[in-house]
Design a protein around this ligand. Sequence first.
Ligand code: BG6
Length: 724
Amino acid sequence: MEYRGYDSAGIAIDGSNDIESPHSKVALLRKAGKVSVLSDFIKESADDLDMDMEYNIHCGIAHTRWATHGSPRDVNSHPHRSNDKNEFLVVHNGIITNYREIKEYLEKKGHKFESETDTEVIAKLTQHIHDRYPDFSFRQLVETVIQQLEGAFALAFKSSRFPGQLVASRRGSPLLVGIKSNSRLQTNHFPVSFSKDAGWKWGDEKQTDGRRFMSNHATHLRDESSFVETPNNILDLSIDSRDVCNLPVPVDESQRRLSAFMNSLKNAVRSSNGSAKLEISDSTTAVRPFDSADWEVEYFVASDAAAIIEHTKQVLFLEDDDVAFVEDGALTIHRISRHADNGEQKREVQLLEMELQEIMKGSYKTYMQKEIFEQPDSVVNTMRGRLLPSRQVVLGGIKEYLPDIKRCRRLIMVACGTSFHSAIACRQILEELSELPVVVELASDFLDRETPIFRDDVCLFISQSGETADTLMALRYCKPRGALTIGVTNTVGSSICRESHCGIHINAGPEIGVASTKAYTSQILSLLMFALTLSDDRISMATRREEIIDALNDLPNLIREVLKLDDKVHEIAQQIYKEKSLLIMGRGFNFATCLEGALKIKELSYMHCEGIMSGELKHGPLAMVDEFLSICMVVCNDHVYKKSLNALQQVVARKGAPIIIADNSVPEGDLAGMKHILRVPKTVDCVQNILTVIPLQLLSYHIAELNGANVDRPRNLAKSVTVE
Ligand code: BG6
């Protein structure tokens, strides 16, 4: 997960060097800084850890943390622990919004906190509930804990009390389970089993039934013992709580559990290759790779498929509030049942279409450089099977919804960052070809405004990762209001992809560099094809559609032409990389190019950069223009060419010396005297902004490199912001 952006890392593994009790101790190793710092620290700790120790069954958790609560320090790094015996450990991606109340309550209960993080309350809370209910299974503990949490989380738990077991859960933040085994899985889906739910919301103290005790502190404590394990694992809240309280709590339940586990290991049938085959009771929900005698299995829990692709392609995406439980080599999926959950549920095992080398840098220095130069191929992947030789455009993922979409009241595109700019880039062509009103919204602002949404609205949620919290929340805002929701993502199985009614997969391939490049050009392409499908029955637009389709068929070669400008762009970068500020302007289809170019410069080189509509120049920004300000102007021979030239003359009149990005049909004369001119091939106006943005991707890349910045992992940024 390194590419996701982080500032500290840590692991928790079984740390006992005693072969007789290999799981009796958990080693916690965590460091602020990069993974390389942690790996050095682990090497230094080799004396304490017998690196040759072999395990029949082992569970480890690790995390690269991006600081939200508490600065990047060793003690704030994950995993977080419940006490200095490392009884319960947890890694967490997301933000717990009610952590202060829980922390205050637990401190009152005598728990001592060592970090400033929100995550530590989860480990302490697990310990607190375990201390009170030592007979709870690891899964039940986590089920109870997550019900107390508000905010977003992807969690993985490990415990010395439950050796060889792993529990993971999510709400809001993405989480998947990868399954690697030396034999075939007995099924391609995992049934979901339900535990009863207390059925009340946080703060709704009146009708408490003991599960959610945090809100009213001690008052609830009296009730919290109303959980009783029933034969089929379904928690039944109807049984009178009192009899549990009177039950003598076994002195060291976990010791009993540990010895039971060790005995089962000892009596494991040694298979021919020496790996253990455990005789496990046959529960209906537990799935194991059974089609061969000596099965071995590994389960990987991760926020993103890219983290596990080198191990397996078999993945299962968890839904919000799912609890994945691994015990004795078996994986089971559980949920606290809610009324909306009625009815059979299962989780499909999906096969990732991603290849390992796709997430390798290959001969490139950085992922970003690779992804910029991959664009001639990524656009082909985006068009494959959609732009047909018959000049038809088919988007299979939305086909059945086309009639509704064509009849809708308006098209609303909602996104963040670069994805938002792809919406701006395509607003005009969508308006033109669909003849529908098109609204473009920044997801965070859209949510803040609680914009009115109607049943006949069509809302597109554009997100490379498919996990950006603001965009996902906007989807969850529009769907219950009856709007048709379309997910435009680059990540199969992502939340936006799974929760929207239908979708367009942009198919740009995995994008590792935090600053989005190839996904941006594929997003524009996908939205262009969307506009073409909405006008496929318009005779009046046939010529226009054909010229666009021809331009798209030429696009890979046109992009290759633009990439040849790399050296020239590098020369320009060498002249401006020390500048404190850069102003980028353009208009029409290239307004988006300026916004996106400015974002790239900001993201990568930390230089202040603003993208403006050149039509706005005389309404303010012109005041900044003089011979010292670095300026870049996009001037293309399209329907706003004359106005773009006006803006150029206004800048030159104030001694501005702009870098020009122009298509190769712009007369030399109109650019006379310009020092730096980057010529891109001329193409159709609504496709031109795919070509004009690439010199700005390269410029931001070279300026960042020249400033020694970390191009793939710019400071303070993450590839996907899964917290609001
Ligand atoms: C930011 C990324 O976290 O999220 C940007 O650094 C990206 O590159 C933005 O454009 C939106 O992400 P997504 O995945 O929703 O397109």
